[in-house]
Design a protein. Structure first.
Length: 584
C-alpha cells in the first residue's frame, strides 16, 4: 500500500540531509570549565550573550507581527494548507493506485497552489522584505516547477492513451472475438463439405433432412450470436472511449491530443513514467520542507548564527516525525510485501526478487542510527572549531558514539550470517545429525523468521532519558526538552510491548498483524518529533517573549498529531478503494 515503496530509502536520505545538524545543539551555556571567579564571569558573559542574541531575534519585525495586508498572508497560508495537507495526499495515493481520478485531483491541487502563490506574490509587492534572502522563496518555486511538471506529464500520458472510437472498436473486435477451436474446425468442415457436394453430386444422399436442417439452424444461430457480440463490443468500445476521454471531449482538444500522442515515442513515454513515479515519492517530503521553511519565515526565526541551532532541531525533529509516519504506515499494512507490516515475508513466488532482497525494517532502522552516529561523531565540535572542548561537547560526542555502536549492534543482530556463525557449536557437533530425536530438535525456532531487535528502541529510549534531564538555558526550554524526551521513552516502551506480543505469538500470515501498541509508537514519534523541532532557541525565546508557557506547544501538538494520524488512515483507505474500483 504505501506510497510509499521506496520509503526504506527515504529515512536514509533524510539522515544524509541531517549532516548540518552536527553543528551541535547550541542551546546550552558553553562553559569552558574554568574555576573560581573566572568561571562565573564566563558563565554570566555566555548567558548574557545568549539572552542578547535571543532578544535581538525576537525584537526584529516579522510577517507574524506585521499587521498591514495580513489578510493576504492568511489567505495564502490557508490555501497552501488546504492544497498540501488535504488535496495533495489524495492525489498521490490515487496516482499510485493508477486511478483515472488522479489527474483531476492533481489539477485541482495545482489550481489551489497557483492561487496561493499569486496571493503571496501580491503580498510581497505590498510589504517590505522582512526576511531577506530566505530559503522559502527558492523552495516554493522549485516545488511549483515539480508540481507543474507532474501535471504536464499526466496530461501527456492521458493524450497518449487516446484512441479513436472506430479504431478502438475494430481493434477490440479483432483481438477479443471469442471463437473456439472446435467452432473454427466445424466451420471449415462445413465449408469443405458444401463445396464438395456442389461440385460432385446433387447432394440428395449426403445427409438426412433433419441433420441438414440442424446444421443450417446451428449456423444461423452462430451468425446471430456473432452479430450480437459485435453490437455489444461496439457499445463497450464506445463506453470505454467515452470514459477514457474524460475531460477531453472537445473535438479541438482531441486533435491537439492526437498531435501530442504522435510526437511522443515509446521510449520518451517510459522516461516520463519514471519521472512521474519519482515525483509521487518525493512530492510529500518537498511539501513538508516548504511548510516548515514557510513557518520559519513567517515567524522570523533562525536569523544569523541561530540558523545552526534551528537547522539542528528542525532536521532531527523532522526525521523523527517521518519515522513516526513510517511506523503508522507499517501498522496500516504498507510494505507488507517486504515483511515490514509485522507479518511473515512472502516468498519469491509472490513477490519480486528485488523486494525479496530488501532487508528487514529493523535492519534499516539500525543502519540509519549507525549512519547518524558515524557522521556526527566527527562533526560534533565544528561549531566551536579551534576552541577547547567543553563538557557539553563530550556529551554530544558520547551520544553520537552511542548511536554508532547501537546501530552497529542492531545490524549484526539482523544478520542471518552472524546467526549461523553463532550457531556453529551446535550445528557442527558430530552427534547433531546421528540420532533422529536430536535432528528433530535442530529445526529453527518459530521466532526466527520474525525480527525482535531491541536496539533501535533502546537507543531512542536512552536519547529520551538524556534529553529529559538535559540542562537548558531557561525553564521553558528545559520543560519542552523533557516533553519530547518523555515521548521518545513512550515510543520505546510501546515498541517493547510489540516485541513481547510478537515473541509470544509470532506472525503466521502474509497479511499485516497490526499490533495495537504500534499506534502508540507512531503517536509518540510524530508528536515527539514536532516538539523536538519547536525546542530550538528562537522558538523558545519567542514563546517567552509572548508570555506562552511550555504546555502550549505540547497541547497543540497532541491535537494535531491525533488529527494527522486519522487523516493518514483515511488517505490510505482511499488508495485501497481506488485500487478495488480499478480492478472491478
Amino acid at each position: 500500500m504505501v506510497y510509499t515503496q521506496g520509503f526504506s530509502n527515504l529515512a536514509a536520505l533524510l539522515l544524509l540531509g541531517a549532516v548540518p545538524l552536527a553543528l551541535a545543539h547550541g542551546d546550552e551555556s558553553n562553559e569552558s570549565g574554568m574555576g573560581g571567579m573566572g568561571a562565573k564571569m564566563a558563565h554570566l558573559t555566555s548567558t548574557s550573550s545568549i539572552a542578547a542574541s535571543n532578544s535581538s531575534t525576537v525584537d526584529q519585525q516579522s510577517y507574524f507581527t506585521y499587521q498591514k495586508h495580513g489578510g493576504l498572508m492568511l489567505a495564502h497560508i490557508t490555501l497552501m494548507i488546504v492544497a498540501w495537507f488535504f488535496v495533495l495526499p489524495i492525489g498521490v495515493v490515487l496516482s499510485v493506485a493508477r486511478s483515472r481520478l488522479a489527474l483531476i485531483i492533481q489539477l485541482s491541487f495545482l489550481g489551489l497552489h497557483s492561487s496561493g502563490l499569486l496571493l503571496a506574490t501580491v503580498h510581497s509587492s505590498k510589504v517590505p522584505d522582512l526576511y531577506e534572502n530566505n530559503v522559502h522563496n527558492k523552495v516554493g518555486w522549485i516545488v511549483t516547477l515539480v508540481v507543474v511538471a507532474q501535471c504536464t506529464i499526466g496530461l501527456v500520458k492521458l493524450a497518449a492513451n487516446i484512441v479513436k472510437p472506430q479504431e478502438a472498436r475494430t481493434e477490440e473486435r479483432v483481438a477479443f472475438l471469442p471463437v473456439s477451436t472446435e467452432a473454427l474446425a466445424q466451420h471449415q468442415s462445413t465449408g469443405y463439405q458444401d463445396t464438395y457436394r456442389y461440385s460432385q453430386d446433387s447432394g440428395h444422399f449426403t445427409a438426412s433432412e433433419p441433420s441438414r436442417s440442424q446444421s443450417f439452424s446451428s449456423t444461423h444461430d452462430q451468425e446471430e450470436e456473432e452479430r450480437k457480440l459485435r453490437e455489444y463490443q461496439d457499445v463497450q468500445a464506445e463506453a470505454n472511449y467515452t470514459e477514457k476521454q474524460g475531460l477531453l471531449g472537445n473535438t479541438k482538444i482531441q486533435r491537439a491530443a492526437s498531435r501530442i500522442s504522435a510526437k511522443v515515442s515509446k521510449r520518451t513515454m517510459n522516461v516520463l513514467n519514471v519521472i512521474y513515479t519519482a515525483i509521487d515519492f518525493i512530492i510529500l517530503p518537498f511539501g513538508f520542507i516548504a511548510i516548515v521553511t514557510g513557518t520559519v519565515v513567517y515567524g522570523g526565526v533562525f536569523r544569523g548564527n541561530n540558523v545552526f541551532n534551528g537547522l539542528a532541531h528542525t532536521i532531527k525533529g523532522g526525521i523523527f516525525f517521518w519515522y513516526g509516519v513510517l511506523t503508522l504506515g507499517r501498522w496500516m499494512g504498507c510494505f507488507a510485501e517486504m515483511g515490514w507490516a509485522w507479518n511473515v515475508k512472502p516468498p519469491i513466488g509472490l513477490i519480486s526478487v528485488r523486494k525479496a532482497r530488501i532487508p528487514s525494517a529493523e535492519f534499516v532502522e539500525s543502519f540509519v542510527i549507525f549512519l547518524y552516529g558515524a557522521s556526527n561523531m566527527w562533526l560534533e565540535h565544528l561549531a566551536a572549531w579551534g576552541q577547547p572542548w567543553s563538557a557539553q561537547d563530550f556529551e554530544h560526542v558520547s551520544i553520537s558514539i552511542m548511536f554508532f555502536g547501537g546501530g552497529l549492534c542492531g545490524m549484526l543482530v539482523e544478520s542471518t550470517k552472524i546467526r549461523e556463525f553463532l550457531n556453529t557449536t551446535i550445528l557442527t557437533s558430530p552427534a547433531a545429525y546421528s540420532l533422529q530425536p536430536i535432528k528433530d530438535h535442530l529445526n529453527p525456532p518459530k521466532t526466527y523468521p520474525f525480527s525482535s531487535n531491541p536496539f533501535p528502541g533502546l537507543i531512542i529510549l536512552l536519547l529520551g532519558l538524556m534529553m529529559s534531564s538535559h540542562h537548558q538555558a531557561s525553564m521553558v526550554a528545559t520543560m519542552i526538552h523533557k516533553q519530547w524526551g518523555t515521548l521518545f521513552v513512550g515510543f520505546a516502551l510501546a515498541r517493547a510491548v510489540t516485541y513481547i506480543l510478537t515473541y509470544i505469538s509470532p506472525p503466521s500470515s502474509y497479511l499485516p498483524s497490526r499490533p495495537p501498541s504500534e499506534l502508540i509508537t507512531s503517536f509518540c514519534l510524530i508528536s515527539g518529533g514536532i516538539i523536538f523541532m519547536a525546542s530550538n532557541k528562537d522558538t523558545v525565546a519567542a514563546m517567552e517573549h509572548h508570555g506562552l508557557h511550555a504546555m502550549f506547544p505540547f497541547t497543540v501538538t497532541m491535537g494535531f498529531t491525533s488529527f494527522l494520524m486519522a487523516w493518514t488512515i483515511l488517505v490510505l483507505a482511499v488508495k485501497g478503494w481506488a485500487v478495488r474500483r480499478r480492478q472491478a
